[in-house]
Design a protein around this ligand. Structure first.
Ligand code: TRP
Length: 511
């Protein structure tokens, strides 16, 4: 008979938590969160963000890990095991992350380049012009993107235990230590830090609109790696020994803590070294990329000699964060292909990484050209176009599906009676103590409704804000979903899509 210990699962509970935290902590925390905070008026946004984590994120987190743990399989099989007709959601949460990989690695590549370049001083990338000319270069950003992808692929090839878990256990503590160090440094920069702190910590609700609320929800899902299969896939590699509720809470808390620390690292330094006027919207014209690729390099060079070291520490930390995230996004499709087509891990990873690298090249060109109107779709550079589809539409949809699945469909007889649901959840290791009943109500009613509401009003708001061209983004999203539904019922509905045990069997036959 088979051994009970898993060959290719996480070896320990803490290994799982660190790997999942590694997935969650990424560019979303170190870049997205501070720049969205800045764009949406500061502390009020932070407060709303925390509410989103509490009322939507944590509920979806528990649900996704639960779905994976219960199924011990890739996301398609996992949703099939809930209800066969829901299998297409499993396919959706494989396809969308694979799109995300293609632009996430472009940003990861930039970060790698900035880390390498930290010691170049004023001749390096310390001003806006150098950033624009760097990203507009047709070769260098692509080289760094592929390099970054190769690093991620090497880790995935080594497997869940010997790759993902092993590196997360080293890299996550390292990241945290660097971050705390930078926060301390930043808070001791002297006069001028107070206004940065106040901006980040004292809410002024007149600065926050409903679009800020929508942004906070999107940001929470993105930052917690939700709605995109990651937590289902990682959850599937856990066994009975994991305390699901506790692990989910630890992941949410750690992810939020890192986002808050990132704010504490940046805002005081920006106000102290650049001036208060840089806090809101991060100075005139500095959009998203502006924060870590334009403003921060200027902050580092204002620090004088130590700035080079701080810059290196900072960008090395961002590389770590992005790397442990990208491996989790890629693992979702690698897992599915291995199990459905019985291919081996190394070959599968190589193919996925190569295809994504190819797609990332035009994306890199498009973002670079965006500053002077190069490659674009309906006026959006490719990165923004794809990011909008994922963030505003498909990610909330995936999280909605996870809540609906656990709340209503996992077992008709059980979900009809909330008390039985609770008991069965407990048997599966979802132990939340007094919060158990709250979870049952949230996952069934409140969270799905909230997600749907914010998602729909988000679309309306975005169309109002960006004009009718935004309908192309919505249309593309709908098209992707329609295509995946068709593909699912045609190719995967009747076929067995495999489970984790298949990879173990594959390895055995090879050995
Ligand atoms: N959470 C990561 C970040 O904050 C990105 C990420 C990893 C992600 N896996 C994901 C986002 C799955 C959405 C879905 O940068």
């Amino acid at each position: 008979m088979e051994q009970t210990t898993k060959k290719n699962g996480f070896a320990s509970g803490i290994g799982f938590v660190l790997a999942a935290a590694g997935s969650a902590v990424g560019l979303g925390n170190l870049w997205g969160f501070p720049y969205k905070t800045s764009a949406n008026g500061g502390a009020a946004f932070v407060l709303v963000y925390i509410l989103c984590v509490l009322f939507m994120g944590s509920i979806a987190m528990i649900s996704e890990i639960f779905i994976g743990k219960r199924a011990q399989s890739n996301t398609v099989t996992a949703y099939k095991k809930i209800k066969k007709k829901m299998g297409w959601i499993g396919l959706l949460v494989i396809a969308v992350p694979t799109i995300i990989v293609c632009y996430y690695t472009v940003l990861g590549g930039w970060t790698l380049r900035f880390a390498v370049n930290s010691f170049q001083g004023a001749n390096g990338l310390s001003n806006a012009t150098s950033f624009v000319s760097f990203t507009a270069d047709p070769i260098v950003p692509v080289v760094f993107t592929v390099l970054f992808m190769a690093l991620a692929a090497l880790i995935i090839m080594a497997g869940v235990k010997n790759g993902i878990e092993k590196y997360s256990k080293i890299l996550m503590p390292a990241l945290f230590i660097i971050l705390v160090g930078i926060v301390i440094f930043s808070l001791t920069l002297g006069p001028g830090t107070e206004s940065g702190l106040a901006f980040f910590l004292q809410p002024d609700f007149s600065e926050l609109g409903f679009d800020g609320v929508v942004a906070a929800m999107g940001q929470a899902f993105f930052s917690l790696s939700l709605g995109m299969g990651t937590m289902i896939a990682y959850g599937s590699y856990t066994g009975k020994e994991i305390k699901l509720g506790k692990s989910a809470m630890m992941i949410c808390i750690f992810d939020t803590l890192v986002a808050l620390l990132a704010g504490l690292a940046m805002f005081p330094a920006i106000s102290a070294l650049m001036g208060e006027e840089f806090l809101l919207g991060l100075g005139a014209g500095a959009s998203g990329p502006g924060l870590i690729y334009v403003v921060l390099p200027q902050v580092f060079s204002a620090m004088g000699g130590v700035g080079q070291f701080v810059s290196f520490a900072f960008f090395a930390m961002v590389v770590i964060a992005a790397l442990t995230s990208v491996i989790s996004i890629m693992e979702v499709s690698v897992q599915f292909i291995i199990q459905r087509f019985k291919t081996n891990r190394k070959k599968t990873t190589l193919i996925v990484a190569s295809v994504c690298s190819l797609v990332s090249i035009p994306i890199a060109w498009s973002v670079g050209g965006a500053f002077d109107g190069g490659l674009n779709l309906f006026g959006y550079d490719f990165l923004t176009f794809l990011d909008e589809i994922a963030n505003t539409l498909l990610m909330p949809l995936g999280a909605f599906g996870a809540c609906l699945g656990v709340g209503w469909f996992i077992d008709k007889k059980l979900t009809a009676n909330p008390m039985k649901t609770l008991r069965s959840l407990r048997e599966e290791g979802v132990e939340l103590g007094v919060f158990m009943k709250i979870y049952a109500v949230m996952v069934k009613f409140i969270t799905p409704i909230l997600i749907l509401f914010v998602m729909l009003s988000g679309i309306v708001g975005k169309v109002g804000e960006n004009g009718p061209s935004y309908w192309w983004i919505v249309g593309a999203g709908v098209l992707i979903v329609a295509f995946l539904v068709l593909a699912y019922f045609k190719f995967f509905y009747k076929t067995d899509c495999g489970e984790n045990a298949d990879e173990e069997k594959l390895e055995k036959t090879k050995a």
